[in-house]
Design a protein around this ligand. Sequence first.
Ligand code: SF4
Length: 192
Amino acid sequence: MQYALELGVSDVRITDVAKIPIDNQFAQYCREPGCPSFNRSKSCPPHVMGPDRFREFIKGFDRILVFKFDIPWSVLLSNDRIEVNRVVHETAANLEIHALANGFEKAVGYAGGGCKDLFCDHHPECRVLSGDGVCRHPSQSRESMSGMGVDFTRLAKIVGWDFSQSPNPKDSSTGLMAGSVLLRSSKIRLTH
Ligand code: SF4
């Protein structure tokens, strides 16, 4: 948590993996009505494990660390959100790498949104999907939480974060961009 704060997050919490709200319909929204990132990288549906397998996968973990950046809606509704989204991916990757280096074996970071436009915009295709090799940015990009069906609005409320869901670029209200890291160690103190 200290390292997350050093990386500049607005807040960080830790809760039990059993509290992660996973909704199959949420992952379906990536496909229909559809997200621009759908099927454009190995980090988004239909190439990630999806809700049913994710429910099984998280049984191998005890805790989820959740971090957020409070961002003005004027930024979130502009092209500047791309830079913020890139920082979210890099923060999730850095926290995962930090956790692995400090004894949390199997730590896995997740971010919000697809990585293609953030890191490989100048390439015609995701290198993994095109079959040309491994990810070009393994220390920066992470898989999408939405693709696993994680309802982050509910998760934010569970860990005690309130935020405006009514975008208004003309006032000072903020929305949030967030990511997470699955951890296996029941010795980690819960914050929620
Ligand atoms: S190669 Fe690019 S688009 Fe594909 S997973 Fe890595 S960062 Fe994402």
